[in-house]
Design a protein around this ligand. Sequence first.
Ligand code: MTE
Length: 317
Amino acid sequence: MTNLYKSVPIRSSEITPKHEYLSRRDFMKAASLAAGAAFLTACAPSATEEPQNAEPGPTSGATDELGDPVNTYEDITHYNNYYEFTVDKQGVAGLAQDFTTNPWTIEVGGLVNKPKTFAIEDILKLFPQEERIYRLRCVEAWSMVIPWTGFSLASLLEMVEPTSDAKYVRFETVYRPEEMRGQKSPFYTWPYQEGLRIDEAMNELALLATGIYGETILPQNGAPIRLVVPWKYGFKSIKSIVKIELVSEQPATLWNNAGPNEYGFYANVNPGVDHPRWSQATERRIGEISRRGTLPFNGYGEQVRHLYEGMDLSVNY
Ligand code: MTE
């Protein structure tokens, strides 16, 4: 069986104090708000006042909607799962730093009326980027809170007009073994592939992310564009996507191929269904000492529970 989730000690980390959060984008936001209210203009700090070497800061507060603080930029960018580079979470950042992310295109096709290949710079122009703070719960039972920037997957899919035969969406990571040495491993079916049912993909929560902490996303986090599906285990959130295909049948996925009884297609966060080798009832939030209880659908049940009505989620794990 796959050794994918060997345990690596977790570094203790600090949560950045709120007062350090003011970033360049805060300044820019403040400045544009101020521009609309002339009396404030003089008070808006200029971008040049940004402290040097400060950790990038989220722009819309420091907590998610449950009040949980965001993880540090350091932890988010140095504790990663990205098997194309290495299975060592703390080694990904170093090995990925020279990964080529420009030029980059994403081909969106399959069962659609208007297939289109997007250059990454056009994506950034076509789809306004917004900040969303989401919890990411890894199947290995650790979690983080991450301030992403990106846009709804639904808006991209709507642009290509899926046909009525399109029932699933299939995603593929770039295949470039000369830059990603992990892709030489014979244990996995490269390139990394993932999939969603079309109604899941159209849910407003499903995000295509291009940034973290208001900064361009780094290679270790899936540059230049990756999926984030916050109610599912982290392995559904495929990185460095080059292809999105609308299909009629449930697509194969890398983890399901590697261990069908361990990694299901749905992979909804579910404290009631254990992984065959460990419990999913609790999780370790990176940066915290004691474990916390895992929430069904990672706390996003209200927004997504209806997608699974009538399904037995212990069978469709
Ligand atoms: N995407 C690709 N292409 N390769 C991977 O190994 N790992 C997944 C997911 N996406 C992975 C991937 C897993 S298991 C997790 S938990 C998240 O990415 C981790 O994302 P992060 O490193 O940005 O926190």
